[in-house]
Design a protein around this ligand. Sequence first.
Ligand code: PLP
Length: 294
Amino acid sequence: MTWRYALVIDPVDADDDRTTWDDTFTVIDPSAPALSVGELSTQRGDGIFESIGVVDGHAQEVGPHLERLAHSARLCDLPAPHLAQWRAAIAEAAAHCPAGEAVIKLILSRGVEHGPAPTAWVTAAVAADNSAPRERGIRVVVLDRGFDSGAPDRAPWLLLGAKTLSYAVNMAAIREARRRGADDAVFVSSDGILLEGPTSSLIVRHGSRFSTPAPGAGILHGTTQLSLFADLERRGFETAYGDLRLGDLTGADAAWLVSSVRLAAPITTVDQTPIPVDAALTASINEYLLSPRD
Ligand code: PLP
């Protein structure tokens, strides 16, 4: 990843009424060391983050990303982010993004052990070229997530709806998918409910109806899925949240994993069994996702 820009934020309280933020921002060299060795984000993955797609300098869906950052902060007992301060930091980072596709990351860490405050920073980098997964599609395997669909309610400390920095499990699932000859994974609960990809949301199409797993099922509510459903509804399609099982994926007319930076990647095979790909619809979905969205 080519880093372009990094900004450390001195987080203020959510009710702070100042309107300029320059004295709370410190621009740093994105390729130089910046964190204390006592950082709990690096020692324990104890923090939250967001990855925002940027197209030609426009940061996509900033409001929904900030809402999810605030939601993750609540679930993790982190101080509420001051949304105007973060919005200003995103604008600074976006102004340093080149033409084409980029990614802005927001990180809010619990900070240094016994330290005074959380640590927060924003980075901007050029995005990877995602044309192959968007156009040629991805092969997925279905992987057991290791908990049943009652776990999110029974064990909220698993932080299943929060976008925490602890992504080692998600990365391990992608490596397992590659070991099995696939590109990506779809998690399933131990009682057979499809959940999400390790870094994406699952959407399936049956006729003119698009469905996705309900956010309460212990998954992250994807900003891309939300935005795409709104657009599909505007185009006259039906959208729904609900429990999906393996047959709903293998019997779909088309299916995608969607996320902020890769956007919509059509699924071509599930555990090596081909499923239909709707190339024209996929192209129109990605055209929409690449258009400026707020
Ligand atoms: N689910 C997980 C576990 C993710 O990591 C992501 C993206 O990072 C998503 C879903 C999709 O979220 P979004 O569309 O906001 O990128």
